[in-house]
Design a protein around this ligand. Sequence first.
Ligand SMILES: Cc1ncc(COP(=O)(O)O)c(C=O)c1O
Length: 384
Amino acid sequence: MAHFDFDRVIDRRDTDSNKWRKFPADVLPLWVADMDFPSPPAVVKALHDRVEHGFFGYLSDPNELPGVVAERVAKRYGWRISPEAVVSLPGVIAGFNQALRGFVRPGQGVLVQTPVYPPILRAPGNHGLRRDEHALTRGADGRYAIDLDTFAAAFRPDTRAFLLCNPHNPVGRLYGRTELEGMAEACLRRDVLIIADEIHCDLLHDGRQHVPIASLSPDVERRTITLMAPSKTFNLPGLKCAVAIIPDAALRERFAAAASDLVAKINVLGHAGAVAAYREGDAWLEALLAYLGANRDFLVRQVRTTLPGVAVAPPEATYLAWLDCRNAGAAARDPYTFFLERAKVALNDGATFGPGGAGFVRLNFACPRALLAEGLERMRAALA
Ligand SMILES: Cc1ncc(COP(=O)(O)O)c(C=O)c1O
């Protein structure tokens, strides 16, 4: 395996990084979902070559991305789609908002599972839609599960879409085939559109396999808009490049019509970076996953042995850990502010993830081990 150095600490404080510029210089940022690792060398080279070319005119349409995506989902998930099914987008958030705009009328409902990534939580409200909520069930060991009975009961007669997040941010679950089938059946029975945010689908631990919900059956595929991107996987979120996969032509046309020239197409650098990442980034990805897996194990061990009252279940996917601080003494009431002020560690406030999030924080462990160790040590000292 080629060697990639994920231990190297690179100072990003004086760069344009939102992660590093949001808080004062003495705060260690373990919040927003971008990684403190440079993108794969193949991506950097492709971008360099593209810049050297010196022309930044309109991107060709069609371009290379749809074919590359179709090849990738066939290879990684055994999901066969035609390149025409692939619609490029500047981001996954833009994608699920465009879908809601196109398919749900004001006053109708959208089902989300809480706690959940804040842009998913607020998406229905962006379009005058009602948010219907299904609470994920937290087990005694901190692992979350889906209760299919309460899931079915969460639909109202005019719930028109289900906004799934799989792998799930923030709880770190990768849903298995049985859970996905249960959710898909409940949606099909009511003719509810499935909008699947699968942006974290390549960031899996312990050799797990992702199942795109649309790949379950032709019936599910016909009623699903799948959103994926190279942005989390290869650390390119600032390049603004994502895709919607919509095999059903009528669904695809209605999705496209909802943008009505408002949602920008991808840009030439995003396209170059995405194509290089998907074509040439997998050796780097494999090495990244080994590093992230070890970071996760280190984190879980440190939390359990050095942060009294803080509980965590090992995430199955993503580089995000969901820390239950409800029994953590002085940190219990508002752990986000406690760790920001007393430990100088910036996390994401669990309360912003909706019901079930108060008393939790989300920690991003996609950084060199030394930074992660420093953050956890600061948190230990603040609690002591
Ligand atoms: C579940 C989920 N969806 C979407 C996004 C952001 O997607 P984009 O930057 O492509 O809009 C994130 C980023 O953290 C995420 O975790």
